[in-house]
Design a protein around this ligand. Structure first.
Ligand code: NAD
Length: 301
């Protein structure tokens, strides 16, 4: 297929790479220079999102936030200017469900289908083509795009209509944030109590407390590797969507609010570019103890 890919950052680059490796013709655009490895494999660089849409049948966007998707789709040189009837726009970024419905309606007016298809699994999942993909939109478009999704991910679900994919992703981000908070508190507790946090993580992994977050981010917390990965500023964006949504829906998400405050405290300490597992650092600051330190008093008894 002729596929357009807009946004070739941490996630987009390996995702586009899998599509090229699968034999699709890729038309690429980013506001930054397109990575050389994609062009050397045969990807075509375009000068605008409009050019991508005029050349490809299916146009994928993977950019940071709602305003970036809006710019890529409806800017002066945007996707909408290059579309013709029957093409499909697939937004794989994590953005606002409500704005997504508006974007879909605008694209539908041009005779094109729209899928919101945000992902979970992070950089590791993008590189391993094992992303979870949660999709909203019409089934006919989903069936056409599914072979592409299958090259980028494993657990692929059509959840419902436009916006439902993004709603699912917000729910995902609530679970991940609270899980990071739980793992960070548990490992901090164990380390301060004098247990080896690496052994504690290992012991817990097979039980009811086991999770991907314990496995991957627990290891990051122990090994102190906080390069992104998934930037705290992006998780703040997702929890804002959750908290704004909760307000509009008149429901309470108290623990999501706490996690957001902890991310804000990280950002205030210069950590907006840390990986989101870096949330542990603010808990450590609050407790005056870092995982990996020797607890005071140990060895005296
Ligand atoms: P990133 O910042 O690394 O990459 C985004 C890319 O989009 C950049 O290269 C940027 O130059 C480009 N871009 C921005 N505006 C553009 C525009 N108008 N036109 C063309 N290109 C534009 O971000 P990322 O980590 O790859 O995340 C992308 C999306 O995926 C976000 O919505 C994020 O929440 C989501 N996501 C990220 C992860 C992760 O672990 N990094 C995991 C799941 C979901």
């Amino acid at each position: 297929m002729d596929v357009g890919f807009i946004g070739l950052g941490i996630m987009g680059r390996p995702m586009a790479d899998h599509l090229i490796n699968a034999g699709h013709r890729l038309f690429l655009y980013d506001v930054k220079p397109v990575p050389d490895d994609l062009t050397s494999k045969g990807g075509t660089v375009c000068g605008s999102a409009k050019e991508v849409a005029s050349k490809a049948e299916i146009v994928i966007t993977m950019v940071p936030d709602t305003p970036h998707v809006e710019a890529a789709l409806f800017g002066p040189e945007g996707v909408a200017k290059g579309l013709s009837e029957g093409k499909i726009v697939v937004d794989m970024s994590s953005i606002a469900p409500i704005e997504t419905k508006r974007f879909a309606a605008e694209i539908n007016k041009l005779g094109c289908d729209y899928l919101d298809a945000p992902v979970s699994g992070g950089e590791v999942g993008a590189k391993a083509a094992s992303l979870t993909i949660m999709v909203g939109g019409p089934e006919r478009a989903f069936e056409k795009v599914k072979p592409l999704f299958e090259k980028m991910g494993k657990n692929i679900t059509l959840v419902g209509g436009n916006g439902d994919g993004q709603t699912t992703k917000v729910a995902n981000q609530i679970i991940v944030a609270l899980n990071i908070q739980a793992v960070a508190e548990a490992l901090l507790f164990a380390a301060r109590a004098g247990a080896d946090p690496a052994k504690v993580r290992q012991a817990l992994m097979g039980g009811f407390a086991g999770s991907k977050v314990l496995e991957i981010h627990g290891e990051r917390m122990i090994k102190r590797t906080f390069d992104p990965g998934f930037r705290i500023e992006l998780h703040q964006k997702d929890l804002n969507l959750a908290l704004q949504g909760a307000r509009a829906l008149n429901i309470a998400l108290p623990n999501t609010a706490t996690a957001q405050q902890l991310f804000s405290a990280c950002a205030a300490q210069g950590g907006s570019q840390w990986d989101h597992s870096g949330l542990v650092r603010i808990l450590e600051t609050m407790s005056g103890f870092e995982i990996g330190q020797t607890p005071p008093g140990s060895g005296d008894d």
